[in-house]
Design a protein around this ligand. Structure first.
Ligand SMILES: Cc1cc2nc3c(=O)[nH]c(=O)nc-3n(C[C@H](O)[C@H](O)[C@H](O)COP(=O)(O)OP(=O)(O)OC[C@H]3O[C@@H](n4cnc5c(N)ncnc54)[C@H](O)[C@@H]3O)c2cc1C
Length: 470
């Protein structure tokens, strides 16, 4: 049996963060990765999806050209085969870059290609070899959820793992699940000329939770492709495609994209053999500030723990897990950063800070500001649509979170997320400079609205106006 100080399970974003830190300190480690290298983000996630979205949006912009006095846009064509080739070309560039800076050049001692499983506490098996590790970082990521019965659809059933591999796009597609991934890809495919039908069991899209943001998103996205909410899709194969049944409706498509969420790759690890207790969902107990599982020398980071399954969190958790693995038995608790999320739709959807679902509406003011005809820059850009929903804490008067559906929300989400991270009150933020004419003026208007709801009239009197000048 081989003995090592560190085992890293998974060479994704989280595992590679761990690798980068551990290899600086010691050679006494092994990183084990099952499946293709290059990370989910670069291979089948963030990067190929954004490459496809970029082509789709660039082509879609032809439909706005008349508004700007430019004619001929209607005659532009898209070559979707070339779009897909570009997606893969960029993907290869990104995955090669990731590998060059991480696993390339690792010796056989330090890298094992294979799926590992636990056979005991701190004891793993991979490719028939047993490895005992003093400290283990579990970073095995997640995979798309695909209901078992849907497998009969064969190659007509796609997930984000397959869609970027297509040589040509289907003519008609059903997107089942309109969370962030489904909404991003559904809109992109629609803009590339695919007839898209989106189906979502919940009465929301893009993971939104605040009512005004949900309404606005549904209003805007359903202008581009059919969106059906509130019931599950039933799928049947037909001779020419797939019959999608939804409530009392049905329609035929050539392919289905299952975007029902992602399942953490914890279930295939036999982690119960380590003796740790698992909850009903098969997850071990772990601390989100230390990433430690119970009081073991196992740490769990990235999508596999299902806490915040997005890239920068996978990387951050990889750091926390590795620092604690390296310093064990001294375990340090690290504060988590303000939550941020972006759907790269058009308009973007942004989330920052507190989740609307967790708000106590007796303690929090929720305000919404509509962009329609209310922001000069958005009007000039012909993108005057969207809504900014902000959450302000009544007691502290701090901005604590929000949901935004608006053009370039990816940037606005950062600004407001940073303000939450800095624990700024609404007054602190409106004291900041705002240029003109910019989209941030819509944020300013939303903040002033929140200001008037959180502060009394007296508090907003001339004295307060003077403090704003300071
Ligand atoms: C379509 C799509 C779009 C996305 N867009 C964004 C975005 O815009 N922004 C964003 O922040 N996030 C985005 N994400 C999410 C982001 O990609 C993930 O949060 C991130 O890649 C997770 O990294 P990770 O290290 O946890 O896992 P991964 O990168 O998945 O790495 C896990 C590795 O472990 C391997 N493995 C699994 N089981 C075993 C085993 N038993 N033994 C050894 N190895 C194993 C896997 O094969 C994999 O190589 C997107 C995801 C998808 C699918």
């Amino acid at each position: 049996m081989r003995k090592v100080k560190y085992v890293i399970l998974g060479a994704g974003t989280s595992g590679l963060t761990a690798l980068g830190m551990i290899r600086k300190q010691t050679d006494d480690f092994v990183i084990i990765n099952g499946g293709p290298l290059g990370t989910t983000c670069a291979r089948v996630g963030c990067m190929p999806s954004k490459a496809m979205i970029q082509s789709a949006n660039t082509f879609y912009n032809r439909s706005k050209l008349n508004e700007f006095g430019i004619s001929g846009g209607e005659s532009l064509e898209v070559n979707t085969e070339q779009v897909l080739q570009r997606v893969r070309r960029l993907r290869d560039r990104f995955t090669k870059g990731v590998q060059a800076g991480s696993t390339d050049g690792l010796s056989e001692e330090n890298f094992i290609d294979g799926y590992a499983k636990f056979i005991g506490l701190n004891l793993l098996e991979v490719n028939g070899q047993q490895i005992q590790a003093e400290r283990i970082i579990i970073a095995t990521g997640s995979r798309p959820v695909v209901p078992g019965p849907w497998q009969v659809l064969g190659d007509k059933l796609l997930t984000s793992d397959e869609i970027f591999e297509l040589e040509t796009l289907p003519k008609r597609i059903a997107i089942v699940g309109l969370g962030i991934i489904g909404l991003e890809l559904g809109q992109a495919l629609s803009r590339l000329g695919v007839e898209v039908v989106g189906i979502e069991m919940q009465h929301t899209v893009g993971g939104l939770a605040s009512p005004k943001a949900i309404d606005k998103a549904i209003e805007l996205f359903s202008k581009e492709f059919a969106i059906h909410l509130g019931a599950a899709a039933q799928l049947e194969t037909t001779e020419s495609g797939v019959l999608v049944k939804f409530g009392d409706k049905s329609f035929e498509v050539d392919a289905v994209l299952a975007s029902l969420g992602r399942r953490p790759n914890i279930d295939l690890l036999d982690i119960e053999k380590t003796g740790v207790t698992l909850n009903q969902r098969g997850m071990p107990n772990f601390d989100i500030n230390t990433m430690q599982i119970d009081d073991t020398t196992m740490f769990i980071a990235g999508d596999v723990n299902a806490y915040r399954p997005i890239l920068h969190e996978a990387s951050h958790e990889g750091k926390i897990a590795t620092l604690n693995a390296m310093n064990y038995p001294e375990i340090k608790s690290f504060a988590r950063k303000t939550s941020l999320g972006v759907a790269f739709t058009d308009p973007d959807i942004g989330f920052f800070g507190a989740n609307y679902r967790d708000l106590d509406l007796d303690e929090v003011v929720v305000t919404d500001f509509n962009l329609e005809k209310n922001n000069g820059r958005a009007i000039v850009m012909a993108e005057d649509h969207g809504v900014i929903c902000l959450f302000g804490d009544k007691a502290s008067r701090k901005l604590i979170g929000g949901e935004i559906v608006m053009p370039h929300a990816e940037h606005i989400t950062h600004l407001l997320g940073w303000a939450v991270e800095q624990q700024m009150t609404v007054l602190d933020i409106i004291k900041m400079p705002f240029y003109h004419p910019v989209l941030e003026e819509a944020v300013k208007a939303a903040l002033y609205q929140l200001y008037s709801q959180l502060y009394s009239k007296e508090e907003r009197g001339i004295e307060a106006e003077l403090t704003l000048l300071k």
